[in-house]
Design a protein. Sequence first.
Length: 328
Amino acid sequence: MATAKAAEAEPRAVDRFTRDLNALVDPNATVGVAVSGGPDSLALLLLAAEARPLKVEAATVDHALRPESRAEAEMVARLCERLGVPHSILTADWAEKPVTAIQEHARAMRYRLLGEWARERGIPVLLTAHHLDDQAETFLMRLARGAGVKGLAGMRPTARLGGRDIALVRPLLGWRHSELEAVCAAADVEAVQDPSNGDEQFERVRMRNSLAQAEWLEAAAIAASAAHLAEADGALHWATTLEWTRAVTRGAGQIVYRPTDAPREIRRRVIRRAILALATEGAGAELRGRELDQVLAALRSGRRATLRGVLCIGGPEWRFTRAPARRT
């Protein structure tokens, strides 16, 4: 079987993966695997099938944006049949296919379909194949945009998907892309090569090529910095919770914050938490740093601002209430 060969890429590859996965997911839990057909996700499939026999299901999203995508999904289905892993092909149901921001639209479609599939199958955990090199690219992309601590912390090993009832887990963040290619090679599995991975119109591809050309930049060191920043972000979250407990009251449809001498970043995070708690717009999307900065400046000067359907009123106390419905 292909899984038996997976361990040949590195003598302890399956044991290493099992330790990584068990540190993030209950060893008895069934997991879903998102498999595109590329080397990273195929390696994840091979390792997961070996680490958790009979406790793995897989799904492939056919974005229907390239003529080859259906055949690639069917290739994954055949491999899953050989491995004894139940597999589903999820076909994108575009109202209108995107012509701009294609990767962003594809990502949103992919996670929506995968979340629905996991929910229907009763699968509590979805694994994705993001790895160390992806983490380094993400860090540099966000650095170029001037991201703060939260953004520079990069991808977390665990997150929530959709309605937050599905855990999104990335067990390969400590693995290099080359190691995952070796897993596929040892299993005699030929991966799909997506042409978009070489198209420099996409920011991630440009960053990947720049990173490869910069000999003084080491992906492992960049990923380590992202991990350190994730710890710092956790500390800031802890401090924000303390500030919320001592200076925030909630009731009668509003949240009231009496600003203390807390650092500016803690105040920004209190504002973020209040707005997300009351938001009627934005569908749970993350707030941008510049949006929070504008609200903070307004509140500090005693003015008003509206964000995500939340009216924010400055003064000695900062008040947050749902804004009146917009007139059409």
